[in-house]
Write a protein that binds this ligand. Structure first.
Ligand SMILES: [Zn+2]
Length: 531
């Protein structure tokens, strides 16, 4: 049976740009548009030309994308003609393949917010669609507050949608602008709409205010809508928009949808989804949500030993889809609940082959348990686990020795009479029989220590050149008789690979030093540095 085509419309760059703290530059927008294009998204809404300089510039030239590159804007203002509305003129001039208009479809908003009549609202929709069609653009109409409007006055809400469709709009998009509509309501209302406008011309735009934007989008598809609007990682104002990163794999991998529908995202493109999701987080300088469905670090993570042994035998026992299908991976957490199978699977993942009956496996498990009892947490520190395993298996060279280090913190008045706190670290390292002493000032004691440690490592200097610290987290653990400090350090190298290392001690400098050392040594091991 031929599958029906379902279209994906991304509005990360327009509605997603309304998120608190998100401010895309032109180059961000171009990079994200390129990424969405590469994923096989049918429509990419770039922004609102005329509303701000970045978006005006974005649409000032052709962007040569395979996707239908879409500009967003308002229908003509009430009481004006299409030829006498500067906002509409800017939109019609934009170098876009399609124009997505937004119009009111709730009579209450028409009267109170727009201060015009229902008839004028309908005329504005018709005139704007006609003007954009005349310019050769594909046209979409976002019906703002459609669901609330439908509940208040179904005939007016439908008349707005129908006006656009009759005038030749390719899509009429039903927006749950306040995000308060529930899935069963969406399904009922969309089912009524598709009696008047064919579902192949109806889209859904859901907001996440009851955490059901994804469910609402799927409910609309079940009722007949054939375009889904959403954003990467569910970006969007308030609680966000429908998350395409959850919707896409659901459409591709769940029988109810996969058997009936086809989308523009191929199996190979689906494998790039986790990467796309993380790349957006990187650009926004946020830590990716570990618990994000499908693409999160913990989405396919298993902790208990008994589950891990079942997963190794038959992954489908505990996984709803194969993690590789979305570019994620299975992760068996090494923790104090870990069984031998967890450790074996983790060793295999990091590329250490050990016979499963090797006595060193039991020793490694004992060491992990002992260290976790005093505050180490290896599930958060892959690279430190990697080193610990290699050490127990006797595979980490002694690259260098830190003979001593010294960290001083001094508070004093500087030359212009300001009170400042200065940290100075001195490190004495022995590399290849040669003693090297380095000193560095830092913004804090750990920064100073890090800079001094990485200043001169003799023949290893070349290997750590691209190393940088990207995150530093401290937690005080109150266990037993005294408090200990746990430090997690995230590092990155020139290849973009990130890893996390851990240190635990009653002394914060000592804990930081352990994590810094693990990070450097991990980098040397990874780069195949000679002993
Ligand atoms: Zn919206």
């Amino acid at each position: 049976m031929a599958r029906e085509r379902l279209y994906l419309f991304d509005t990360t760059l327009r509605d997603g740009a309304q998120t608190n703290g998100v401010d895309f530059t032109l180059s961000d927008k171009l990079a994200i548009a390129g990424m969405l294009d590469g994923l096989g998204i049918d429509y990419v809404e770039g922004g609102y030309p005329g509303a701000n300089p970045t978006d005006t510039e974005l649409f000032a030239q052709e962007r040569k994308l395979a996707t239908t590159f879409t500009a967003f804007g308002m229908t003509r203002r009430p009481g004006r003609s299409t030829s006498n509305d500067p906002g509409l003129a800017a939109l019609l001039e934009a170098k876009a393949d399609a124009i997505c208009f937004v119009a009111k479809s709730w009579d209450y908003h028409v009267r109170v917010a727009l201060e015009t009549t229902p008839e004028e609202n309908l005329a504005s929709i018709r005139d704007s669609v006609r003007a954009a069609k005349a310019k050769g653009r594909e046209v979409l109409l976002d019906c703002e507050h459609f669901f609330d409007g439908y509940k208040a006055d179904p005939s007016f809400a439908l008349a707005c949608a129908k006006a656009a469709y009759d005038e030749g709009a390719r899509w009429v998009v039903l927006c749950d602008t306040n995000g308060g509509t529930l899935p069963h309501e969406v399904e009922q209302i969309v089912a009524e709409v598709v009696k008047v406008i064919p579902g192949s011309h109806v889209g859904i735009h859901a907001h996440n205010d009851t955490e059901q934007a994804v469910a609402n989008s799927l409910a609309a598809v079940r009722a007949g809508a054939r375009q889904i609007q959403g954003t990467l990682n569910g970006l969007g104002e308030r609680c966000g928009n429908a998350n395409l990163v959850s919707i896409i794999p659901t459409l591709k991998l769940k029988g109810e949808f996969a058997d009936r529908f086809e989308i523009g995202v191929s199996d190979a493109q689906l494998k790039a989804l986790a990467h796309a999701s993380h790349t957006l987080d990187e650009m926004l300088n946020r830590a990716p949500n570990r618990h994000a469905p499908y693409v999160g670090d913990s989405a396919f993570a298993t902790k208990a030993g008994i589950h891990a042994s079942a997963i190794v035998k038959e992954p489908a026992t505990y996984e709803h889809v194969p993690p590789e299908s979305v570019g994620n991976r299975r992760k068996l957490l090494v923790s104090d609940q870990a069984g031998k199978s967890n450790v074996l699977a983790e060793l295999e993942r990091i590329g250490l082959t050990v016979d499963k009956d090797d006595a060193r496996i039991a020793r490694l498990l004992d060491v992990v348990k002992e260290r976790e009892a005093i505050g180490y947490a290896y599930e958060a520190a892959d690279a430190s686990f990697d080193l610990l395993a290699r050490r127990v298996l006797g595979k980490v060279p002694d690259y260098f020795d830190v003979e001593k280090f010294d960290v001083n913190i001094e508070q004093r008045d500087n030359a212009v009479g300001q009170r400042v706190t200065v940290s100075l670290a001195v490190v004495k390292v022995k590399v290849d029989g040669e003693t090297l002493i380095s000193a560095a000032e830092g913004i804090g004691p750990v920064n100073a220590l890090d800079l001094a440690l990485r200043k001169d490592l003799g023949k290893y200097q070349g290997y750590i050149k691209g190393l940088e610290l990207t995150d530093y987290r401290v937690r005080i653990l109150n266990g037993g008789t005294e408090a200990v400090t746990r430090v997690l350090i995230e590092s990155q190298d020139e290849t973009g690979e990130r890893w996390t290392t851990i240190g635990v001690s009653p002394n914060i400098i000592d804990a930081s030093f352990q994590a810094l050392m693990d990070s450097i040594i991990y980098k040397l091991v990874k780069s195949g540095a000679p002993a």
